[in-house]
Design a binder for this molecule. Structure first.
Ligand code: MN
Length: 729
């Protein structure tokens, strides 16, 4: 962009703009920056010109544009305040000083300075919101040219943009800038996710290039038939907003319908509701998705009606309905107050009354005595739903609201979580379950002899901490059982005066159908097998009198302990046809001497028992016992994916990332273009399994994922899967 283009653009919305002042600022900045270069190699002046160009799109006044052109002169050149005041006046100089202060407040720095920096930042913008507008445009252009910087710097700047500048842009209602900042930052922070979303978007667009246009036409026609004069726009959602939706709502990136948003602009508030009525009578709405931000505006004063509909062709689309005025605010945010307005001379009064957010910030600043305090208050105000804490070295850790010390420990490192016994917050020793507050400096206190407490799980806010504690306790219990089991086995061999060899144990492993010697020892330690049973497996001639009837099992927890309502004492098994996991609705089927089998309520195998109601048992998971046991359960899913290199490893990696563990895997079909497989995954419960399914659906190579519900020949297990054979017979 050239400087004369900006002048032209400004004159197009403000014919009386001070063209001479803009030209003077351009020439001054160009001379001061001299032969300075950007990291890209471009002359430095290109940067302030681009920043001014971004602000001209928001139709801002001459002073803001001039400030944009001069914004780096005080900081990076020999320009002085006196010189600026002489040439451009008080107002512009104050604005340029504000932007300079803001630029010096690097937000991610050592934690001791952070409060001070944030306070500086607020002081700088609280004088005049235009300082923040220039700073946001400056940050936007820096993000657009971030590729020229070193990778570490890219990451740091992208993180700062995501954590601070994008939320600030949102708070002042600059949605376009917020979206662009987030997408640019996302690209550097999670390259892989960004690529996967954009690839998928491109792929879907290819197939349905004119879909947006067709739907815009259909919606326009509907409204016209309803007697409404409306403007309708459609656009694709941004990669980051798609990603966030997939993560927070745990939905899959299924089709274009999830990624288009439509906007309907009408003349009045009344017409907004009329348009909603017309659309709802013609198209089916998706329940639970309607939001009325007209009667209850958002904190940044955004107003609109939001609804989700089933459009012709069965697609879900998101629709926003608002007036032109509301749309202007949605587009320009607080910048709307600084628009050039024809006539009148009071146009420059900062409209603080109208911006509740800024007012709140100012109030907090005035009420707080210490910079650190205002920093904390404001941060809470700005980052609802998050707690931001620091390590002693100043690393920022973001956690959900309500997070406790253990969450912090596991967020840093698994080992820290496993050995955490307490935390030190701002120099004070607190229990590991202490609540964290915004701005806390947290040190994790550890002790290698300690284990995390099971009761902590209920207080943890992050899945990482919950699963970390469970895994740690499970590992510990297993290690104990293995050691005890080995002692018992050694003793029984010794007292029978028989030789215990590793070879002999391998034989027992095979006979008792466990997976390894350790598994066998664990089973003995946990009481699943007796020491005598092991002895007998190695030396079949020995006495069997102490043997029990119990079926050999590899699980460490007997499902009978986790399921309530079983009648009789012949034992309980989880049916292998449907593999229910805790949280699934289940029903018990009495199988005579073989005990009761728990099936998922929607297992087709249940049809075989409809004529035998006496065998049905009303059973259910004992969820407190399930949680207490921390045991893992095999959930089974069927998945089909694109048959190409790397597909399988991306699937297994996605499962691992979702904290799942593959218990078994079989390719059931393999063709040139795709393959199908059945996976058994160790999960905590049904929710965990559906989290994993959601994560898999987000994988670009995965076409479809479903729970396996029931028994069809297609899913027949290999003959050595003993439990399956029984359940099927
Ligand atoms: Mn700059």
């Amino acid at each position: 962009m050239r400087h004369w283009q900006i002048v032209e653009e400004i004159l197009s919305y403000d014919p009386k703009a001070d063209e001479a002042l803009i030209n003077k600022a351009y020439v001054y900045a160009m001379r001061k920056h001299g032969d300075q270069k950007r990291a890209s190699g471009a002359p430095y002046i290109s940067h302030p010109v681009e920043v001014a160009g971004i602000l001209a799109r928001y139709r801002l006044d001459t002073e803001t544009i001039v400030t944009a052109l001069l914004h780096d002169t005080l900081e990076d050149t020999l320009a002085t305040e006196e010189e600026l005041t002489g040439l451009f006046g008080e107002e512009v100089t104050t604005l340029v000083k504000g932007v300079t202060k803001l630029s010096n407040a690097s937000l991610i720095s050592s934690e001791t300075k952070q409060a001070e920096n944030f306070s500086k930042l607020l002081m700088a913008i609280s004088g005049d919101i235009r300082v923040l507008l220039v700073k946001l445009a400056d940050r936007l252009h820096n993000m657009q040219t971030l590729e020229h910087l070193r990778p570490e710097k890219q990451k740091r700047i992208a993180q700062e943009t995501m954590d601070y500048y994008a939320p600030m842009a949102e708070r002042v209602g600059l949605h376009e800038i917020k979206d662009e900042l987030q997408d640019l930052a996302f690209q550097y922070l999670d390259e892989e996710a960004y690529r996967s979303i954009t690839t998928r978007l491109a792929f879907q667009q290819e197939g349905e290039a004119d879909l947006v246009d067709r739907l815009v036409e259909q919606i326009s026609d509907l409204l016209k038939q309803g007697g409404l004069d409306a403007r309708v726009f459609g656009r694709l959602k941004r990669p980051f907003s798609i990603w966030r939706k997939m993560r927070t709502k745990k939905v899959a990136f299924e089709s274009m319908s999830d990624v288009i948003a439509f906007r309907v602009i009408v003349g009045s508030v009344e017409e907004c509701y009329q348009a909603l009525g017309v659309i709802h009578t013609k198209l089916q709405m998706v329940p639970g998705r309607f939001k009325d931000y007209i009667s209850t505006p958002k904190a940044n004063r955004y107003q609109s009606l939001h609804t989700t509909l089933i459009a012709p062709g069965g697609r879900r689309i998101e629709l926003q309905i608002r007036t032109g005025e509301m749309d202007e605010l949605a587009e320009y945010g607080v910048a709307a107050h600084w628009h050039y307005k024809t006539g009148g001379d009071g146009q420059k009064a900062p409209d603080l009354e109208q911006n509740r957010w800024l007012q709140q910030l100012l109030d907090i600043l005035q009420e707080s005595e210490h910079p650190a305090e205002s920093y904390e208050n404001v941060r809470e105000n700005m980052f609802v739903g998050h707690v931001l804490c620091f390590t002693p070295k100043g690393k920022l850790v973001e956690l959900p609201t309500g997070a406790i010390g253990v969450d912090f420990a596991y967020a840093l490192h698994t080992e820290l979580g496993d050995t955490c016994v307490g935390i030190k917050v701002n120099g004070k020793n607190l229990p590991a379950t202490a609540l964290l507050n915004n701005g806390d400096s947290v040190e994790v206190l550890t002790s290698s002899g300690q284990l995390p407490q099971e009761e902590w799980i209920g207080n943890c806010q992050t899945g990482r901490a919950r699963s970390g504690i469970r895994r740690c306790l499970r590992q510990h219990a297993r290690a104990n059982n293995v050691a005890n089991g080995r002692k018992l086995v050694e003793k029984v061999f010794l007292s029978a005066d028989l030789k215990l060899t590793e070879n002999g144990l391998e034989q027992a492993v095979e006979k008792l159908m466990t997976r390894s010697v350790d598994d066998l020892m664990e089973a003995v330690g946990a009481g699943t097998f007796t020491d005598r049973e092991v002895l007998h497996a190695v030396y079949p001639g020995e006495s069997r009198k102490r043997e029990t009837r119990r079926a050999p099992r590899v699980e460490t927890v007997n499902p009978a302990l986790l399921i309530k309502g079983v009648r009789g004492d012949s034992g309980l098994e989880i049916a292998d046809c449907c593999c229910p996991v805790p949280g699934d609705r289940i029903v018990g089927i009495q199988m005579g001497a073989r005990g009761t089998y728990a099936h998922a309520i929607d297992c087709p195998a249940l049809e075989g028992f409809t004529s035998a109601p006496e065998r049905w048992q009303d059973v259910g998971w004992d969820m407190p016992a399930v949680q207490k046991s921390g045991a893992m359960h095999v959930g089974r899913i069927r998945l089909d994916a694109v048959n190409k290199r790397g597909a399988l490893s991306s699937i297994t990696a996605a499962i691992a990332r979702a904290d799942g563990n593959i218990d078994n895997l079989r390719i059931t079909k393999k063709e040139t273009l795709f393959f199908e497989m059945i996976l058994g995954i160790d999960v905590r419960d049904a929710q965990h399994l559906s989290d994993i399914i959601a994560a898999l659906r987000a994988e670009p190579d995965v076409n479809n994922v479903d729970r396996v519900r029931g028994w069809t020949p297609r899913h027949r297990q290999p003959a050595n899967d003993r439990r399956t054979e029984r359940a099927a017979s």
